[in-house]
Write a protein that binds this ligand. Structure first.
Ligand code: GCV
Length: 614
């Protein structure tokens, strides 16, 4: 029998509800009854309030618990009540609703069953060019997503290749069945579409201003919504990393997005347009092009030109989900465009779900520069797959859980989120749970120490993006250079350099432009500095690089000891320890390669006389 790995979170408190539940509110009642029975609680009174939508309210009076909510609000109320009970907390007071109305999970799943940047096995719903899934697993996944409030799932890769457009054409009936499987949990489907698709249907062009092209997309959209009336919308990656787009026809991205948006608008659909546009064929000799400037340069002139149902989806940093990036200036500057913030749960550059890398502290940090109200929706690249443990590393589930929490409430406290996840997942004694949460809270800073230093990024092995390769991207086409030489390292992005810093509002621009005020962790993102540059604590830059790398490995060694001391259930314990061994080997490799690289370049010895390889 297939092991149901994810019995954690709320599912562990009840039997799987009957598949007959048709709407989120039916599901809420079933979940609640089952969950309460499992927790030894009496079932609260529930009231469906038409018009409340995603809102719910839990009230306690005369020893009675009442949950009122819309559809799917009642579902969220039931989950909130059960979560609170299971975590030993008071249920949330007052009428509650999610901060962002659209909380998406973007799956980079391909129709052949592979997953781009997937570290948890093959796709949960595609195989061999068709939709194939295990209903019990989809129900588990739907419940997990519903229980943390994720309400939209884009099922296919934004790189729409190998006939994946068939999803909204001949495979549409199958897609409709998948939508049905997710519907009880309040999760609506979306699909990535290929901008050039009209060409495959005999049209001579995909020009967004051509009336026949617009008409073709309208017919397509009508068919999709006829099959799936609650379909949430289309996602588009255009003119990005060799994907087709409006530039081919001399059109702007507002013209391209609006044409598609008008096709889906009559159905209440959203058109999510990704802003990941940059020159991916740059000449490394060219110092005048600076990739982080690309999104702002492309989209800022279009601010205010997008239709109301377009969401411009922008990655949180200006590069590409690196360990340490400043906030994308497009997210700060575009005040007349509905923006969606994109984060990546899949640990492409952050350890492949082998190394520990908990993201809630990073999202909390993001709000220091990005006010939550600047964006209208959130999207996360999924870390899910078909392996027994659907997130590769059992602790990587904390990132999916945490994403749901931050999408619901961007002001969430990262530690509280991780404590909740730990309580719902493992029955550990308090001291052990605290040790686990401490480890997760520190994990990003530790990973950062043993990989590329101080905001340089991109020292990963090209293509695979795991393990060190300090010059792997240095002479390549991707615009990702650090230009280290024997004297200095980093890119000058001040006004005197590439001018990137000028894309920020004045206060941030001034903060980053000055080496005295720029956060040290971002120093080499914004500045080119000599190795003898003095850090604020008096150490030289080169010494800080050496120290961080030694410290990072020492911290992983301590994490390995902590992990071994936890009474985790099997198979999680064995799996987490196995992955920790790999993390330790990875950290040592990074330390030795990066320290050796800078030692060879600079010729500067480690002030503490530790061994640096030659
Ligand atoms: C889906 C990076 C990744 C690609 C990904 C792309 C994107 O370049 O390496 O795998 O493609 O981002 O976000 O579109």
């Amino acid at each position: 029998m297939k092991r149901e790995k994810w019995r954690g979170w709320l599912t562990r408190f009840g039997e799987a509800p009957s598949a007959e539940a048709g709407s989120p509110s039916d599901m809420a009642l079933l979940e609640l009854a089952n969950g309460c029975a499992a927790l030894g609680l009496s079932v609260p009174e529930t009231r469906l309030c038409p018009g409340w939508g995603e809102d719910f309210e839990i009230s306690l009076s005369d020893c009675r618990v009442r949950i009122a909510g819309g559809d799917p609000g009642l579902l969220y109320g039931a989950y909130a009540y059960l979560t609170a009970m299971a975590c030993g907390e008071a249920p949330p007071a007052g009428r509650r609703h999610p901060y962002y109305p659209l909380r998406m999970l973007d799956c980079w799943d391909n129709l052949d069953g592979s997953v781009e940047r997937g570290y948890s096995g093959r796709s949960l719903w595609f195989e061999g060019g068709a939709l194939r899934w295990d209903p019990a697993r989809i129900a588990t996944l739907g419940r997990l997503l519903g229980s943390v409030g994720v309400n939209a799932l884009c099922v296919n890769n934004v790189n729409v290749r190998d006939g994946a457009q068939a999803l909204i054409e001949e495979l549409l009936p199958e897609l409709a069945r998948l939508a049905e499987a997710f519907r009880p949990f309040g999760v609506r489907l979306m699909a990535s579409v290929d901008f050039s698709q009209p060409l495959m249907h005999g049209l001579p062009t995909a020009d967004p201003l051509d009336p026949d092209v617009a008409a073709w997309w309208r017919v397509r959209a009508d068919a999709v919504w006829a099959a799936i009336p609650d379909f949430a919308g289309f996602v588009v990656k255009a003119d990005s990393e060799h994907r087709p787009g409006p530039f081919t026809y001399g059109r702007t991205h507002a013209e391209g997005a609006n044409m598609l948006a008008r096709a889906v608008a009559p159905h209440g659909g959203k058109l999510v347009w990704r802003a990941f546009v940059y020159d991916c064929a740059q000449d490394w000799r060219d110092h005048s092009t600076d990739r982080p400037k690309a999104a702002y340069d492309t989209y800022m002139p279009l601010d205010g030109q997008f239709d109301d149902n377009v969401l411009l989806q922008v990655k949180h940093g200006p590069y590409d989900f690196q360990v340490r990036e400043p906030v994308s200036p497009a997210l700060l500057g575009m005040r007349d465009t509905a923006l969606a913030l994109e984060v990546q749960l899949a640990q492409e550059y952050t350890g492949h779900q082998i190394d520990l890398y908990a993201m809630p502290p990073m999202w909390a940090e993001l709000r220091e520069t990005l006010p939550p109200e600047n964006v209208r929706a959130v999207a996360a690249v999924s870390n899910l797959g078909r392996d027994d443990c659907m997130t590769g590393h059992p602790f990587a589930a904390a990132n999916l859980f945490g994403y749901g929490r931050f999408a619901w409430d961007p002001m969430s406290d990262p530690r509280r989120v991780l404590v909740q996840w730990a309580k719902l997942t493992y029955a550990l004694p308090e001291a052990q749970r605290d040790a686990l949460v401490d480890m997760l809270m520190d994990s990003r800073a530790v990973y950062e120490k043993y990989t590329a230093p101080l905001g340089l990024n991109w020292m990963v092995r090209p293509g695979v993006h795991y393990g060190p390769s300090p010059e792997g991207y240095e002479y390549d086409l991707w615009g990702t250079y650090h230009r280290a030489d024997r004297n200095a390292v980093g890119i000058d992005r001040t006004a005197a350099g590439t001018g990137y810093v000028c894309q920020y509002p004045d206060a941030l621009r001034d903060l980053y432009a000055d080496t005295d005020t720029c956060p040290e962790k971002l120093l080499l993102f914004f500045h080119r500095l000599p190795y003898d540059f003095r850090m604020r604590d008096g150490r030289t830059l080169i010494q800080r690089i050496y120290d961080d790398h030694f410290e990072g490995v020492e911290q992983v060694e301590r994490m390995a000891e902590t992990l071994a001391s936890l009474d985790l259930p099997e198979p999680d314990r064995t799996e987490a320890l196995r992955r920790m061994d790999m993390q330790l080997a990875n950290a040592r490799e990074w330390r030795d390669v990066i320290n050796t690289y800078f030692h060879r370049l600079s010729g500067v010895e480690d002030a503490r006389g530790r061994k640096i390889y030659q």
